[in-house]
Design a protein. Structure first.
Length: 677
């Protein structure tokens, strides 16, 4: 297996802006992470070196915000390796003068600095399932030893918390030999710091770093000027081919000291090697392999849900869930079910797929699975009309891959409950219309489909009524349940589900066809009648295992979607020409959410589109493959090595939203494996 390396090279300081536009991400398998710009300037509130995943009520918590790095050369020159932005319009990006290369080695970031004859590399690692970060520096060449000065700065807060609040609590520093602990008064665990290196020392100089500017937050309409506290500076001497490592952690010292930095790095490299070996051959090299490593960032053990872990282990299981996107998403039911095939089945992580499905089955309430688990809380929110139906789809793909009848047996009662509750009617107006067998949904003030933007009381795309993809999923769920119940030798029950399915299919084809446009209505029986907006949701009518749309209409719908919605990075959420169509996703929250599903391109929709495409043109996998190959270039922008949540609706298709999104990575990876020759 070849080494998986993504390399970006900068010849000089004229590329400063490109260093701010590109970000990196390292995760720890608990939901915690480290992230920043390649240039070292924190442009988001989420940028930091240790965002720890702490038990409820804390959730993910910013523990170590930044690290100022200064290299003192033998002749006495002091070189700053990191940038900072203290004024909105005048960023100081000194790093751009010396950063010669940034690369990902099997997904792990490496910075290479060249200062005359002095060459230094920096590595960053979060040991798996630890709230610990290790930042290592190795001097590769130079005329003599150099002194490295590291100045940590922090402000314990929720990772999505405001950056402009004053430091209300004093931080205390406790020294235990060469180990240091910084504590606040809000109940957080202390931040433990240790520098491993020659003549390592800490010089105390408590100080406030004021007027830090977060440019992305300012552009997005949020508080953008902040302050951090620093205890002083660590120093160490670096000789050629010697390494120094700063360790920061919220774990106990016994955990922090269990592995030396080089042992932790070796263990993580071996873990990533195993991930690639477990993946199918089509995903062990090139773009596929990079996406396997990107997929790993989203599969986590949820920190803090102790009861859930105890229950799973009592049943011989483990708990896994999916972070929907970095930085600000938690685990979402819909996103998890859409992503499950690409993140787990297409990567060979079959056991974890089963754990995820069995975990969510436990949370079924009144026929619904949770829409989202809010940050730092143990219970989910259930305001979604489609997550429970995507659950059937995910289980179907899992059973196709594994044949795991025992998991089906365990989950089948929950599936029956979901369908029965939908037949009878459940929360938020979700229920089957007995007159036509179609599923309706909608409640004032709620956004229940995946097009779920809401600002204050404004639901941007309410889609109340009978939505096209909800009914495609409903038909698919009924057919799957009939199949699974039949395998349990319950013929009468299976026949009843088939009857409901056939009624829904007949009504769907009679009601959803929009003859004037040659495609499908997005919503029928809505608040304002039938909605003929051309949206991508219609591809689900013939992309799922059981297509609800009549075969003769597959190609006409596909051609409309291809002509009006397809872009190189996904499908537009609304076709150009509609009065609500928005070209750009940018600005403050209200402006962004007005565009979120009104033209903005979503990558995950490429998965259903290509499934539909291959249904119509089964021999045309090479064309689908060429479309997916476009993402090799995208892996050099936004979050290097991952795929963004959304893109602007028109060229140059600027990446927007979350810089790394689970279902974007999952659906590109899944279809990459599917279209391999």
């Amino acid at each position: 297996m070849s080494e998986i390396v993504r390399r970006l090279v900068w010849p000089g300081k004229e590329n400063a802006e490109s260093l701010l536009a590109r970000e990196w991400l390292v995760t720890n398998g608990l939901g915690g992470y480290a992230s920043g710009t390649l240039g070292g300037v924190a442009t988001r509130r989420f940028h930091g070196l240790l965002i720890a995943a702490l038990p409820a009520p804390f959730g993910r918590t910013m523990m170590l915000n930044r690290l100022s790095e200064t290299l003192h050369l033998p002749e006495g020159t002091a070189i700053s390796l990191c940038g900072e932005e203290s004024q909105p319009d005048a960023p100081e990006i000194i790093v751009a003068q010396y950063l010669a290369e940034f690369r990902l080695e099997r997904g792990l970031p490496v910075w290479r600095f060249e200062i005359g004859q002095t060459v230094l590399e920096k590595y960053l690692l979060l040991p798996h399932r630890q709230n610990t970060v290790q930042i290592s520096y190795k001097l590769l060449a130079g005329p003599g030893p150099v002194q490295l000065e590291l100045r940590p700065a922090l402000y314990f807060r929720p990772h999505e918390g405001r950056v402009d609040e004053p430091l209300l609590e004093p931080y205390t520093l406790l020294a235990k030999g060469d180990r240091y602990e910084i504590s606040g008064r809000q109940g957080h665990p202390p931040l433990r710091l240790r520098l491993l290196g020659e003549e390592a020392a800490l010089t105390l100089k408590r100080d406030l770093i004021r007027d830090l500017h977060y440019r992305v937050e300012a552009r997005r309409g949020y508080d953008a000027q902040g302050v951090l506290w620093s205890p002083g500076s660590f120093t160490t001497e670096l000789s050629v081919n010697r390494t120094a490592t700063l360790i920061a952690s919220s774990e106990a010292w016994e955990t922090v000291d269990a592995l030396a930095p080089e042992e932790a790095l070796s263990a993580e490299r071996e873990r990533r090697e195993r991930l690639l070996l477990a993946a199918p051959p089509q995903a062990q090299e090139g773009l596929g392999a990079e996406l396997v490593l990107a997929a790993d960032q989203f599969i986590i053990v949820p920190a803090g849900r102790i009861e859930e872990a105890a229950r799973a282990r009592a049943a011989g299981d483990e708990v896994r869930t999916v972070i929907a996107g970095y930085h600000w998403f938690t685990d979402w039911g819909r996103d998890t079910m859409i992503s499950l095939e690409g993140l787990t089945l297409a990567t060979g992580r079959l056991a974890e797929a089963g754990w995820i499905l069995r975990t969510f089955a436990h949370y079924v309430r009144d026929g619904l699975i949770p829409n989202v688990f809010p940050e730092g809380e143990r219970e989910g929110l259930y305001h979604t009309a489609d997550a429970s139906l995507w659950f059937f789809h995910a289980l179907d793909r899992y059973l196709q891959a594994t044949g795991d009848r025992e998991t089906l047996r365990v989950i089948l009662p929950a599936l029956r409950e979901i369908v029965q509750q939908h037949l009878n009617g459940t929360h938020f107006g979700i229920g089957m219309d007995e007159r036509d067998g179609l599923l309706r949904q909608g409640a004032a003030g709620y956004q229940l489909t995946w097009m779920d933007a809401k600002v204050g009381d404004w639901v941007v795309t309410p889609r109340r009524g009978k939505a096209v993809e909800i009914n495609a999923l409903w038909y698919n769920a009924l057919r799957l349940l009939a199949q699974w119940v039949s395998q349990e030798e319950n013929a009468a029950e299976a026949e009843s589900f088939k009857r409901y399915a056939e009624q829904a299919k007949a009504s769907f084809n009679a009601r959803f066809w929009y003859g004037a446009g040659g495609y499908l209505y997005d919503v029928i029986d809505g608040e304002h009648g039938d909605d003929a907006a051309c949206r991508p949701n219609q591809v689900l009518a013939f992309s799922l295992t059981h297509p609800v749309l009549a075969r003769e209409r597959w190609q006409p719908v596909l051609e409309v979607v291809k002509a009006r919605l397809l872009t190189p990075v996904g499908l537009r959420s609304l076709a150009p020409g509609h009065p609500d169509y928005q070209v750009k996703y940018d600005g403050d929250l209200r402006t962004r959410d007005a565009a979120y599903h009104q033209g903005t391109v979503w990558t995950w929709l490429l998965g259903p589109f290509l499934d539909a495409w291959l249904r119509v043109f089964p021999a045309d996998a090479p064309r689908a493959r060429r479309l997916l190959s476009e993402f090799d270039l995208h892996l050099n922008e936004a979050c290097v090595g991952s795929i963004s949540e959304i893109f602007d609706a028109e060229p140059p298709y600027q990446p927007r939203g979350c810089m790394a999104q689970a279902w974007s990575v999952a659906e590109v990876l899944r279809t990459w494996v599917k279209t391999a020759s």
